[in-house]
Design a protein around this ligand. Structure first.
Ligand code: PA5
Length: 309
């Protein structure tokens, strides 16, 4: 019997886009390092595609880059506040006198003594993307209330009807396929977010890449790989760059493979981004249901953390 806690959590994403806390950064900085793992690490990756005023490096490991100094802004993102890799980077950031801030729901990080945006606890990290992403976006980009409201409405509609997402889940399930999600700027890391949602919610392997890079490698393999029918190619559509749209169409023709197409809906980048995120959330959720696995369960990740503690 499946617990639908994850479904309830998915339903909170629309409210998360209205989360208004942000950082006060009153020192000038030259570059940004965002440290975080897994469901928290995706926040920095998505941010790195939306912000290009200054260099952004995402660290999903133990080491702070050597260049980081008192003109580096280090943002630690950890839902639990107890993730050892993120704490390691934050410790080094403090030693190097970096401008150090964090987003967490509590744990050790909330007691490390720097500016912290506290977010609501009790959810899975991957169900808290809005709580973790919006404070960073609100600090560095101009996200108007109109954009937040339009995104809220779009996500609300998706919560009320996710039959299209269920159809894609059924197609993957029936074919016992491995999803390969193909994104494009500024949603390349949203394709990766789909991959991680398939991993954690549906308990299946999945892969992601993005146009145009995949035209320089995977294009040779899509139609010719071993066990070609084992992959479900999912291409995001709706790029504002018509060269990317042309690439997607030609790649499908050249490889002889039909891509399942998911068009980004919305009137702003933020609305499109959350639309694509939520679409993947629901596909992975429905696939978990079809497979009769618990989408909430991350016991193996937790066991590993315990063994390393
Ligand atoms: O989704 C998950 O549970 C994991 O990917 C976690 O996000 C990851 O292990 C890092 O933990 P935290 O988000 O608490 O820093």
């Amino acid at each position: 019997m499946l617990d639908d806690k994850l479904l309830r959590e998915l339903g909170t994403l629309k409210d998360q886009v209205r989360f208004s806390k942000k950082f006060t950064i009153d020192k000038d900085f030259d570059n940004v390092v965002v440290a975080g793992m897994g469901g928290s690490g995706i926040v920095g990756r998505i941010f790195s595609e939306l912000y290009s005023e200054k260099p952004v490096e995402v660290v999903s490991d133990y080491q702070l880059p050597k260049y980081a100094n008192d003109r580096t802004l280090v943002i630690g993102v950890s839902y639990s506040g107890n993730t050892e890799e993120t704490i390691s980077v934050l410790n080094q950031a403090q030693k190097n006198n970096c401008i150090t801030v964090a987003i967490t729901s509590g744990g050790k990080i909330s007691g490390m003594g720097f500016q912290t945006v506290l977010i609501p606890g009790g959810l899975q990290p991957r169900s808290s993307l809005g709580y973790m992403l919006m404070p960073i976006l609100s600090t560095f980009l101009d996200i108007t209330n109109n954009v937040r409201d339009a995104t809220f409405e779009r996500l609300k509609n998706m919560d009320e009807d996710h039959s299209k997402e269920e159809m894609l889940a059924l197609e993957i399930f029936k074919g016992q396929r491995i999803p390969v999600i193909m994104g494009f700027f500024p949603f390349s890391w949203v394709a990766y977010r789909w991959k991680t949602q398939f991993n954690e919610n549906s308990k299946i392997m999945a892969f992601s890449n993005y146009f145009p890079e995949l035209n320089h490698n995977e294009t040779m393999a899509i139609g010719d790989t071993f066990r070609r029918d084992m992959f479900e190619y999912i291409a995001f559509r709706g790029s504002s760059n018509n060269r990317i749209e042309k690439r997607i169409e030609e790649t499908s023709k050249i490889t002889g493979v039909d891509f399942y197409q998911v068009t980004a809906e919305g009137n702003s980048i933020i609305e499109k981004l959350f639309f694509l995120v939520h679409y993947g959330d629901y596909v992975s959720y429905h696939l978990a249901k079809l497979r009769n696995v618990d989408p909430q369960d991350v016991s193996k990740i937790e066991l590993l953390k315990k063994r390393l503690a």
